[in-house]
Design a binder for this molecule. Structure first.
Ligand code: ADP
Ligand code: MG
Length: 253
């Protein structure tokens, strides 16, 4: 797949909530075909960082570049159209809808089709067909094909997290921001999710916020450690593991 590319760059990204710097001067590069894990204790600023990268909140300072374009003040929809997809720490699923309808809705709400753009008026039918194909592919990739017509409330917790991934994949993103995809999972579910994330590594640049250290060390090519909004260490997993400041502040070894 050619030379690796930086698909997303954050520079000196900062978010203040009143007096609190929830994210403070963070630099981050996400490369195609690589998983970049972000770890840190509760309150470290990981979800806020994800929200800044996705455009769900605007930074106080700093920049977010997507595919070489400065998207710092772009809306989440505009970023989605530029190839960014995200999942949420708290579930985003309509539990009374089927798996298919959840994925279809996610694809539609973030679709690339822009009704205000006359250049696209005559491609609408094509866009619909493309969306259906994308949804099918997303559900298959996430391992939920047999659940396509099942009501979301009745699938297992692990499958609901897979559904979150399918909803994110439905817009065919190149950059994936995943906030704690293993949260609340048992061992078998977590192992299945690790397999899925490994499969998604190819073709995507992934930012993985995760507490499960077994998963993080199994998956991450690069690792950033945040404490109190700041990056205290960044590097390969073995570099970070060897960092004494990280051991003292976080890993507790
Ligand atoms: P993490 O995901 O690492 O647990 P968060 O990004 O959720 O951390 O939170 C970082 C800090 O910012 C916490 O102290 C949290 O209370 C605070 N925070 C997050 N969102 C808001 C908000 N909307 N308003 C005020 N404070 C917030
Ligand atoms: Mg969080």
């Amino acid at each position: 797949s050619g030379t690796p590319e930086v698909l997303l760059s954050a520079r000196e990204l900062t978010k203040r909530f009143g007096g609190l710097a929830a994210v403070n001067g963070v630099n981050l590069d996400l490369w195609r075909d690589r998983i970049h894990a972000v770890i840190g204790p509760n309150g470290a600023g990981k979800s806020t960082l994800t929200n800044l990268l996705s455009g769900d909140i605007l930074p106080t300072a700093g920049t977010v570049t997507l595919g070489g374009i400065d998207t710092t003040r772009h809306s989440p929809e505009a970023k989605s159209q530029r190839g960014l997809g995200r999942s949420y720490q708290k579930t985003n699923i309509f539990s009374s809808f089927t798996v298919w309808d959840n994925v279809r809705l996610a694809a539609q709400s973030r679709r690339r089709y822009a009704p205000w753009n006359p250049a696209q008026w005559f491609t609408r039918a094509d866009a619909q067909a493309t969306t259906n194909a994308s949804c099918e592919r997303a559900i298959e990739l996430a391992g939920l094909t047999s659940r396509t017509n099942t009501i979301a409330a009745t699938i297992s917790h692990g499958e609901q997290r897979q559904l979150e991934i399918a909803m994110t994949l439905a817009t065919e993103p190149q950059v994936l921001l995943l906030d704690e995809p293993l949260a609340g999972m048992g061992q078998a579910e977590a192992e299945r999710m690790v397999e899925l994330l490994l499969k998604l590594k190819k073709g995507h640049a992934m930012c993985l916020v995760e507490h499960d250290m077994d998963a993080v060390f199994a998956l991450a090519d690069r690792l950033t450690v945040m404490v109190n909004g700041q990056v205290i260490a960044s590097g390969t997993p073995s570099e970070v593991r060897a960092d004494t400041a990280v051991q003292a502040a976080y890993l507790g070894e």
